[in-house]
Design a protein around this ligand. Structure first.
Ligand code: MRU
Length: 348
């Protein structure tokens, strides 16, 4: 069912990442052989999307630790802490990144492995488990959201919470892939998602390749299509859900939610339990990544803004929980009044 190329390949201890900056025109993989390389790939958005950066980070830790030449458990643990901190710092907003590396670190700490080789085996097993679980989680999210996709409905999505952002099926797109597989006719509208065009380059491409009826629109066209009655529901992904249900996702998401609310259109957020962050009370406490202004002053390779212009480039925004109609998760559809504890509980 998943027709998009795998964003992350792990074969016999070798990590390859699909370079998503080159999509949709060039499909190529980059061999990643160090913690620095995985940090750079995450930072540069070669691998992107909250769950995918967590998986890539977990493998990045394994690759670097496998190079260590020591028989000392203490030395192993010290180095492991450093590598985990380094990779986790690549991007601040998606909780899955810190969550995945701390899972790998905990696997070593809790292991009673007798040798460093056994410790390497323990962290490899944990990284592979995170990857494998993600596949099952996407299917569960798809099953939870599948009833929302009714014949002839129009669905708007923002950014890419698709197969390219996870291991397969995506989060926001999982119900769409399942409904399509069931032969349900429906339309998807993909916001282009300025400045880096994940909607245009990734979402429209992967859904179109799967044979789903997808239409690309400018970000600022969404209110118009809602006014025309073409949108029945919105489904987006998220990088972090705060304890109060505030949703942090790609810049522009909160605008979509506000407009959807205005038109009385349900706004759903699809995510794995690992994206819930019980330690952050609300969206106001989340660090919003601020990226290079050149992403705004340039369109593709062309410089489109005046030389020296001041730029702000926040990569994410916060959608207040009051605007969220429901969370489509691997533990089911969670609707208000939110029982987020149910999702937090299953978070390992
Ligand atoms: O900057 P990106 O491309 O990593 O942003 C990705 C998003 O905002 C996604 O919607 C989010 O990570 C959910 S992916 C299942």
């Amino acid at each position: 069912m998943n027709v998009a190329p795998e964003p992350i390949r792990w074969r016999g201890g070798t990590l390859e990442l699909l370079d998503q900056t080159q999509l949709p025109h060039v499909v190529c993989y980059e061999r990643i052989a160090s913690a620095d390389a995985v940090h750079a790939a995450i930072r540069q958005l070669k691998v992107r999307g909250a769950p995918a950066i967590g998986i890539a980070a977990a493998y990045g830790v394994v690759i670097e630790m496998a190079k260590l030449r020591t028989t000392s458990r203490t030395e192993f643990m010290t180095r492991l802490a450093d590598i985990c901190a380094h990779i986790a710092a690549a991007r601040p907003t998606a909780v899955n990144l810190a969550w995945a590396v701390s899972r790998v670190r905990r696997a070593a700490e809790q292991s009673n492995a007798a040798t460093v080789a056994d410790l390497i085996a323990a962290i490899t097993h944990e990284a592979e488990a995170i990857h494998a679980e993600d596949r099952a989680i996407c299917r569960a999210i798809g099953a939870a959201g599948r009833p929302l996709i009714t014949p002839d409905c129009g669905v708007l999505t923002h950014c890419n919470a698709g197969a390219l952002a996870v291991s397969e099926l995506g989060t926001a797109t999982a119900p769409l892939y399942l409904a399509h597989g069931d032969g349900v006719p429906f339309r998807v509208y993909a916001d282009e998602t300025r400045p880096l065009l994940q909607g245009a380059r990734l979402t429209a491409w992967e859904l179109g390749s799967a044979g789903i009826d997808v239409t690309l629109i400018c970000d600022n066209a969404a209110p118009r299509l809602m006014a025309e009655g073409l949108i029945d529901l919105v489904i987006v992904g998220t990088d972090r859900v705060a304890a109060n249900g505030d949703v942090v996702n790609k810049i522009g998401t909160s605008g979509v939610a506000i407009v959807a609310h205005h038109f009385g259109i349900p706004f759903y957020v699809a995510c794995p339990s690992s994206t819930f962050d019980p330690n952050t009370p609300s969206g106001a406490e989340v660090v919003i990544e601020e990226r290079d202004g050149a992403e705004v002053t340039h369109f593709a390779a062309a410089h489109v803004a005046a030389e020296g212009i001041k730029v702000r480039n926040p990569a994410f925004d916060v959608t207040p929980h009051a605007l969220v109609s429901g969370f489509i998760t691997d533990v089911g559809l969670i609707t208000p009044p939110y029982d987020l504890a149910r999702a937090f509980h299953s978070r390992s």
